[in-house]
Design a binder for this molecule. Structure first.
Ligand code: AMP
Ligand code: GLY
Length: 423
């Protein structure tokens, strides 16, 4: 099978690395990819926003299957254009991608189908949003409706903070994404991410993970795209997974089908485990980054098989097996991230890796034959272990062997789970 993978980050490197292990794969292409992905795939310099050129490449090359990594092309309808042209695609339609593209859309779906989530209201003007927020009181959560690169959410501990977040949204801080605002009840509990494939009718539970969003040790400083992750998430016991499938995922799949936009692809459910049980914070319609990296380290068996089954309505015929090991990844980022940072700084050396160890490339490029850092998040140093503490120790040994002067990382990825192991 000839496969085209769309995307460029650490998530896509992990997908490429796993797809490349499939006996069904004859050739892997990636557009635009990065130097790490280039070890597994032939890189193609396609403009992914130009849907016509992607279709043209698939026709010329005889691509059998397209895997879309990031959300932006899904929300922009790339999978619809490819499906209309006759290609098999992993990734939801533009209509189904609203689950990530519009927070209000997801909240309305939850309301219609009794999916547990925080009480909410949608607003298109500041005065009404502020009146409702004042009536509810803090703590409360203010969200720009659309895609805001992870920055559109304010968890406000005071009313003032909430009111100024509403002003920010309507004053254009998040562009068009903030033209509508969702105000939502604050959920108290422990967060976890749950991943599950859907072919529109059937669900296949994958695994759980925990991300570290804040840039600094001890969960301090501004939010980022994610500074590290581990899998599994201890709070997601088998009983909690079962409840999540029954109370959240299954009604989402049947509700989306009933509403006329069946969901095929991966659900990345952001959950809060509250005193009542699992509640939905949000859906993403693609794998998490860096959560995908730890999932791929633990997946046994053939990734291509299960993604293709999700794309072709045959998910009931496959299964996914997971290693009992913990996988943990540490993000190495450019100094300054998530604010401004230098681009093009040289990476002089990467450590040799053995079994259960992998350095995924996120924001790298080759310049005159040398590896340089081009992004905020640059490398995902990943290792497995029998415990979180062991995976953490192995990952940081590798981190310390990376030669990159302009890089930094958190030193405490997995701290909550390590504390739990010791308790
Ligand atoms: P989101 O972009 O929706 O994932 O939100 C970013 C982060 O804000 C989440 O990972 C949570 O930590 C937090 N958050 C979002 N919604 C809520 C909520 N209703 N209650 C408490 N925390 C929330
Ligand atoms: N790591 C969070 C995300 O991929 O959205």
């Amino acid at each position: 099978m000839k496969v085209l993978l769309i995307g460029t980050g650490g998530r896509e490197h992990a997908l490429a690395w796993k797809l490349a292990q499939s006996p069904r794969l004859t050739k892997l292409y990636a557009a635009p990819g990065n130097p790490g992905i280039g070890e597994q795939a032939e890189l193609v310099a396609l403009d992914v926003e130009d849907h016509g050129s992607v279709v043209g490449f698939c026709r010329e090359t005889g691509i059998d299957f397209v895997v879309v990594g990031p959300e932006a092309p899904l929300v922009a309808g790339l999978s619809d254009v490819l499906r209309d042209a006759g290609f098999v695609v992993f990734g939801p339609s533009m209509a189904a991608a609203q689950l990530e593209g519009s927070k209000g859309f997801t909240k309305d779906l939850c309301a219609r189908y009794d999916i547990p989530t925080g009480a909410y209201r949608r607003f298109t003007n500041a005065a009404e949003a502020k009146a409702y927020t004042t009536e509810q009181g803090a703590p409360i959560v203010v969200k720009a409706d659309g895609l805001a690169a992870g920055k559109g959410v304010t968890v406000a501990m005071t009313l003032d903070e909430a009111l100024s977040a509403i002003d920010d949204c309507f004053d254009g801080a998040f562009g068009a994404a903030g033209a509508e605002v969702v105000v939502e009840a604050f959920l108290d509990g422990e967060e976890a991410s749950f991943f599950c494939l859907s072919d529109g009718k059937t669900a296949l539970a994958l695994a759980t993970a925990q991300d570290h969003k804040r840039v600094g040790d001890g969960d301090t400083g501004p939010n980022t795209g994610g500074m590290g992750a581990y899998s599994p998430a201890p709070v997601m016991t088998p009983a909690m997974v079962e409840r999540t499938m029954k109370e959240i995922i299954e009604p989402t799949i049947s509700g989306m089908a009933k509403d006329g936009h069946p969901f095929t692809g991966v659900f990345f459910a952001g959950l809060m485990i509250t005193a009542k049980g699992p509640e939905l914070i949000e859906y993403n319609v693609r794998f998490g980054d860096p959560e995908c990296q730890v999932l791929m380290m633990r997946l046994k068996g053939d990734l291509l098989d299960i993604l293709y089954a999700a794309a072709t309505g045959t998910l009931d015929q496959v299964s996914a097996e997971w290693s009992d090991d913990v996988a943990l990844t540490v993000v190495l980022a450019s100094k300054g991230y998530p604010a401004a940072y230098d681009k093009g700084t040289p990476i002089d050396g990467l450590p040799a890796t053995g079994a259960g160890e992998k350095v995924f490339h996120a924001g790298t490029a080759l310049k005159d034959g040398h590896l340089v850092a081009t992004g905020g998040r640059v490398l995902n140093v990943t290792a497995t272990g029998a415990t979180v503490a062991e995976a953490q120790a192995r990952a940081y040994r590798l981190v310390d062997a990376v030669e990159w002067q302009n890089g930094f990382c958190r030193r405490d990825i997995g701290w909550q789970a390590v504390a739990r192991e010791k308790a």
